[in-house]
Design a binder for this molecule. Sequence first.
Ligand SMILES: [Fe+2]
Length: 243
Amino acid sequence: MTGIHLHTAKDRNLFCLSDTYKEAKMQVLVDDLPNPYLNNLLAVRGLSIFLTLRDDKNHVNILFDSGPRLDVLQHNASALGLDAFVDYAFLSVWLSHHAGGFLQAYGKNVLKKVIAPQFPGRKLKKERDNTHIMTFEGWFNEQILLFKLAERGMVVVIGCAIYGIARLLKKLERYDKVHAIIGGFNLSSLDVLDGPLFMRWIRKKKVEVVIPLHSTAPKARKIILKKLKSDLDWTGVGLSVNL
Ligand SMILES: [Fe+2]
């Protein structure tokens, strides 16, 4: 059966990821917005991104979030012709539209397989702030995924930015070069605080690839892509980008 095979997750520890990769590809498996070119994909509120990172010898597959339902995730993965094993399953935040697919896949064993933040209301473990994971404390603890592409810089993948994008950008200041920022930015087109701040930050840091998804409102996505003169004219389910 085609789709993504979730049951073969490796060691949960992302510390064993390489420091730098040569290439990376992302495919959006779940997003709020439909694909204007492929009408066999299901668009639902939530996020799931399939990432393939390559160096000279190896590649690693990471499933970032799972969307709200396993059947939607698998339907879209199959419709996109994906037939791949997941090495690491990563959850950004314990909200059902990000975690639902994982929960349906693993049931009670979910924590043994998925690299997840602390449950809501629990204090974060400090050691989770490392090269590949950055954590944000709140009632809903959130974590973002980072990896480095050779000669380009850091790639940052954000699930929902539930407490606003500003606190994430502040923490990302530590990196000289951010190549790409991808995911849910929690921005509406009417946003008067984080919206202008976000665009200023992107320009100041000379971020080359910006892919707004999920918690970025449809109009806000269009504004971001247009203002940054992006090669993309849309973002949504089924989008595939070599980073
Ligand atoms: Fe979300």
